[in-house]
Design a protein around this ligand. Structure first.
Ligand SMILES: Cc1cc2nc3c(=O)[nH]c(=O)nc-3n(C[C@H](O)[C@H](O)[C@H](O)COP(=O)(O)OP(=O)(O)OC[C@H]3O[C@@H](n4cnc5c(N)ncnc54)[C@H](O)[C@@H]3O)c2cc1C
Length: 381
């Protein structure tokens, strides 16, 4: 019998195992052959571990953004940097206040997480395929497809979201939440590119700084100035990724289901790009001035320089390209230590929660903070 079973060995699960009391028997059950695949991928494999400049209202999305204040008060971005550096890994700050490993190797952080987890007495099982989970009396039973059963007094769901499923995240945490009657907001794709109705393939590869404004009819949903990229099918770059989460939140509030999205996009969603004259490339200028197939430009006010383009959203890039899943288990269903208010000893941490960050280290920070807070809650056991 284990004191704590953690399902999922990603950032949140590993962090929880590191800070849970050493005296408690802990096991991580991971379906992949190795842990922390998204930690390795983050920040272009250089590990964008957190962000220096966090303001929950500006940087997170979800029904209960305020919860992030409480989480950061217990484990902040500065706590994370201090923890890493204390263990001999240097960090540096890059554009958009992103904190990156100085070595440029995310494996350095994953090695540290694995080492500290093992040092804290955590048993780790990989290639673990779960058939079902039950709660009988006060014990959770995790059935492996082989017939083997792992028993535990506490169960922590750290299985991530359902985007980027090629590395193991297929929405299992939502299935468990539903099974136990825990309320969720519908998961949606976040941090992915947009597909436009206009054919912009000729501009593919052009990167520039501009302001993107996203509208539902005349209502402004989101705007941000920053790095932007034209792709073969549409738009990419940090400001596009962030706008996709804002759009996901908007559609969720309107109650628009995924099957209805494309039709809704076609009728209502437009994207305004505002170019600065200096940052405009010749290619882009030429394309929007002379290509008759695209929506005509609106005249800007920079002394006759036309600086705005209106595009029409056709779709979002696929779930497998979305770097994060928005929506998930509602924070209101959980206590301050992320335990279900309905099912005692059942916990949810990390991306499975309805608390999603912009691109730039905010999602990993959420995983560290929720893993830490959950772990510290076990000290009262
Ligand atoms: C390409 C890419 C780049 C990213 N870059 C950044 C970045 O630069 N900065 C940033 O902050 N965030 C980034 N993110 C997002 C960030 O990595 C995640 O939000 C974060 O890792 C979530 O941590 P988690 O522990 O909740 O979930 P995950 O890291 O997704 O871990 C969940 C784990 O659970 C396992 N699992 C799932 N189902 C089961 C099951 N049934 N049984 C057993 N195990 C299971 C999975 O295999 C996985 O190991 C990136 C994501 C991607 C995909």
């Amino acid at each position: 019998m284990y004191d704590i079973i953690i399902i999922g060995g990603g950032a949140a699960g590993l962090f929880c195992s590191i800070f849970a009391p050493k005296s408690l028997n802990k096991i991580i059950l991971e379906k992949n052959g190795s842990l922390g695949k998204k930690v390795l991928l983050s920040g272009g494999e250089r590990c964008n571990v957190t962000n220096i400049d966090i303001s929950p209202e500006d940087d997170y999305f979800g029904e209960n953004i305020k919860a992030m204040h409480g989480l950061l008060a217990k484990f902040s971005n500065y706590d994370m940097i201090e923890w890493i550096e204390k263990h001999g890994i240097s960090t540096c700050i890059e554009d958009r206040w992103r904190v990156i490993l100085e070595s440029g190797k995310s494996k350095d952080l994953l090695d540290l997480l694995m080492r500290e987890s093992t040092k804290n007495g955590t048993e780790i099982r990989t290639m673990f395929e779960i058939a079902k989970i039950e709660k009988m009396d006060d014990v959770f039973l995790v059935h492996e497809t082989s017939g083997n059963i792992i028993q535990g007094r506490n169960l922590v769901i750290a299985t991530g979201g359902k985007s980027f499923s090629q590395v193991g995240t297929d929405g299992f945490g939502y299935t468990i939440a539903k099974q136990f009657g825990i309320e969720m907001t519908d998961p949606y794709r976040g941090l992915c590119g947009m597909v436009t109705q206009e054919d912009l393939a000729e501009l593919s590869g052009s990167t520039l700084d501009l302001t993107l404004s996203l509208y539902d009819d005349r209502k402004l949903l989101y705007d941000e100035h920053g790095s932007f990229l034209f792709t073969h099918t549409g738009l990419s770059g940090p400001i596009v990724f962030n706008a996709v989460i804002a759009l996901g939140e908007h559609l969720r509030k309107l109650g628009i289901k995924e099957s209805q999205q494309k039709a809704y996009f076609g009728e209502h969603i437009t994207i305004k790009l505002t170019f600065g004259e200096k940052s405009m490339t010749k290619k882009v200028k030429h394309f929007f001035e002379f290509d008759k197939k695209t929506t005509p430009m609106i005249r800007g006010d920079e002394g006759g320089f036309s600086n705005e383009v209106i595009l029409h959203l056709a779709d979002l890039k696929s779930w497998n390209e979305a770097k994060v899943t928005g929506g998930g288990v509602k924070l209101g269903e959980l206590t301050n230590t992320l335990e279900s208010k309905k099912i005692e000893h059942l916990f949810f941490i990390g991306e499975v929660l309805d608390l999603t960050g912009k691109t730039g280290g905010f999602n990993l920070q959420q995983a560290w903070a929720t893993g830490f807070v959950c772990a510290k809650g076990f000290e009262r056991n």
